[in-house]
Design a protein around this ligand. Structure first.
Ligand code: PRX
Length: 669
């Protein structure tokens, strides 16, 4: 097994023709980006259309030090542009009208598949922008989107961007409660969804769930007046022999079919010119206090950063085919299915299904079908696919691949090696990209032709990014060492605020260490200056690449009428990376039984979504607390992993609790 000392040089065939061919070149450009950020990013800005040009003097202004005033980040103030115009009209004008923007691949190989050119995408986007306008959507309005991976999703996003509306996408695996909470928080004027979708063999009826969410939002005090629905389930099911028509719940006053609305709309729509710092979209991410945070990204900086990271990190060349498997409902899908590729005039694959259906070689089959050159996925998917061995992989050539990406959580060296050997055939570069919803794009990442790789390390910072490690006291660690990963200056893609809650933005990210943006992750720097992300240092955990907070799950568990207290910790999981291990104190006189466990799991699925379902729920008649009443999660983590080496327990109010907790561990876990 490779260790930290294993170094994999970039394959020669890749270095030879990549944008950045070696480490020296990377270092030179990196230093330029750090020493003269205005010059560096304004050069990049030249390729885009600016309706009002930018001024070099006011290219960047920011304050990261809360003691000196409000936190703010502004790039390219004074300039105006439109994201949709840059992604579509500009590419069409530059001769790419007939180039494929997306190859859409359905859940089942026998479902229809489709290629959408830049010209056609622009027309569809304009028509839908006109639909939005007809329904009264204006610049600055929020539009919630709860859709599967269908082409109408990027069309809807870009239509919002075209007229200056702010999209707020909620991953279509979230529950109706979670969707309702998010629609209320952003005061959505409209909801966009689909009738349903097949996920493997399972039909999911999204419209019914949306009806539930719209009802719950109204109870919570916010009425969403319009809902536009894509008839997707029907069109896909009609290809299948087993089609049965479904009754889609409908409210005549509120609901509209997408295809009806599009029918008479013009395929041209003048773009709304947006100020550089006008909002582009918001996307909710888990917060350590439980309530999700609406991370807000703005126009010009996000465009520059999505475009630049996409180009260099995937070394995307004009005739390549790129494929990011992430759902658009997460930031990876926003930046690397939609904004990054389209801003480069790229062709990419958009896939509706799962890696395991109808067989475990579905990903490899799609790579061959579309001659994919860059493939970007998550460690949890790699680990799940490794289980099936090499046979499913060997059925396919995979010889078009050049760059393999990984995102969402640390990739363990074993999975890295499997990816490198079996998928990349030792001829591809692996880019382990570290970033967050908040960072907008990759911040620590290798570049395919330049960076020697160490399995498990995200390696070095991207252009314009200056990572710093701090110790507990907030002192900068120089050279080798481990500490809190922070940034002392902004890059163009960093978030600007939490929607409607700037104080929470300041306290979450800038109060722990004044002067720094705090990622919430720990990291180690080795002798070569390489970064190794060690995981969250707050009460967050990463289940299959989905970030959630222990507080969020605890709040749901304690809603149960028979639960008095709950504490949730993370337990390592071979495929998911981490899993939820929950300790429950039942109310006095209540018994802890199978039914309670099932009810609690169901509650978490309902409140958050199926991906948040706990793996283990164990009874804890009492939780281990300090004398001041703080739960000692360190001890709970030891119980979860059955590790008797629990260290010092002298600060516990009652040390006997520890034995009871070990004795109560469920069998066979
Ligand atoms: O803990 C880090 C982990 O995922 C967190 C961000 O999650 P989210 O905002 O949902 O965005 C995920 C996709 C960008 C980070 O704080 N993380 C993400 N990528 C990596 C990672 N941890 C280690 N290595 C990575 N490559």
């Amino acid at each position: 097994m490779p260790s930290e000392t294993s170094i994999f040089q970039p394959p020669v065939n890749i270095s030879r023709c990549s944008y950045i061919c070696n480490l020296e070149e990377y270092k030179k450009i990196y230093l330029e980006s750090i020493n003269e950020p205005e010059k560096f990013w304004s050069k990049i800005a030249e390729q885009f259309h600016w309706e009002t040009s930018y001024n070099h003097k006011s290219f960047l202004s920011y304050n990261f030090d809360i003691s000196k005033g409000p936190i703010h980040i502004k790039w390219m103030e004074g300039a105006s542009t439109n994201l949709c115009y840059n992604l579509l009209d500009r590419n069409v004008k530059n001769g790419h009208a007939d180039k494929i923007a997306f190859y859409w691949e359905g859940n089942h190989p026998d479902d229809y598949s489709k290629g959408l050119t830049y010209r056609k995408l622009l027309e569809e986007v304009c028509r839908f922008a006109n639909v939005l306008k007809t329904h009264g959507i204006e610049k600055g309005d929020r539009v919630s989107i709860y859709m599967p991976m269908i082409l109408e999703l990027p069309i809807a996003m870009l239509a919002c961007a075209r007229i200056g509306a702010v999209h707020s996408i909620v991953f279509a695996g979230f529950s109706s409660d979670a969707l309702a909470e998010r629609m209320v928080d952003c005061k959505a004027k409209m909801l966009l969804t689909a009738d349903g979708v097949w996920r493997g063999e399972k039909p999911l009826f999204l419209k019914a769930l949306c009806d539930d969410a719209l009802y719950k939002a109204e109870i919570l005090g916010h009425k969403v007046n319009k809902c536009i629905v894509v008839s997707h389930f029907k069109r896909v099911s009609e290809c299948r022999q087993d089609f049965q028509s479904q009754n889609i719940p409908w409210n005549e006053d509120r609901d509209f079919w997408w295809h009806d609305e599009m029918e008479d709309k013009e395929s041209a729509c003048y773009p709304e010119w947006m100020a550089a710092e006008d909002p582009l979209f918001m996307l909710y991410t888990s917060g350590s206090t439980g309530k999700p945070k609406g991370v807000l990204h703005t126009t010009a900086g996000y465009l520059l950063y999505a475009a630049t990271t996409f180009k260099y990190v995937f070394d995307y060349k004009p005739n390549d085919v790129f494929w990011c498997t992430a759902d658009i409902g997460w930031i990876t899908g926003h930046t690397y299915v939609v904004y990054g590729p389209l801003s480069n005039g790229a062709t990419s694959v958009m896939f509706e299904g799962t890696p395991f259906y109808p067989d475990n070689d579905r990903y490899w089959q799609i790579i061959d079908k579309y001659h994919v050159n860059q493939f970007y996925t998550a460690p949890t998917a790699i680990r799940a696919l490794m289980k099936f061995g090499e046979e499913p992989v060997k059925k396919h050539s995979l010889n078009t691949l050049r760059v393999l990406g990984s995102v969402g959580e640390p990739i363990n060296p074993e999975a890295w090696m499997w990816y490198y050997r079996n998928i990349g055939k030792e001829k591809c570069s692996i880019v382990d990209t570290f970033w967050q919803t908040e960072t907008g794009g990759h911040v620590i990442t290798p570049l395919p032709g330049a960076t020697p790789l160490k399995p498990g390390s995200a390696t070095l910072p991207f252009f314009g990014v200056e990572p710093i490690l701090l110790d507990d006291g907030g002192n900068e660690i120089q050279g080798e060492g481990e500490g809190f990963l922070v940034f002392s200056r902004p890059w163009p893609g960093i978030m600007r605020t939490i929607f409607n809650n700037h104080p929470r933005f300041e306290s979450t990210y800038f109060s722990k260490f004044p002067g720094y943006y705090c990622t919430g992750d720990g990291a180690r720097r080795d002798t070569d200056g390489y970064f190794w992300i060690t995981g969250r240092i707050d009460d967050m955990l990463n289940v299959s690449g989905h970030l959630m907070s222990t507080a969020e799950v605890e709040a749901v568990l304690t809603e149960h009428s028979k639960v008095s207290e709950a504490a949730v910790v993370s337990r390592p999981h071979p495929i998911k990376g981490e899993s939820l291990y929950c300790f429950i104190s039942p109310n006095a006189g209540e018994s802890f039984d199978r039914k309670m466990i099932d009810d609690l799991k169901k509650l978490v699925r309902e409140r958050i979504g199926p991906f948040a379902q706990p793996d283990v729920i164990q009874c804890a008649p009492n939780l281990p607390k300090t004398r001041s009443g703080k739960i000692m999660r360190r001890i709970l983590r030891k119980v979860a992993t059955n590790d008797r080496d629990i260290g010092d327990t002298s600060t516990l109010a009652d040390e006997n609790i520890v034995e009871v907790l070990f004795a109560n561990r469920p069998e066979n876990i």
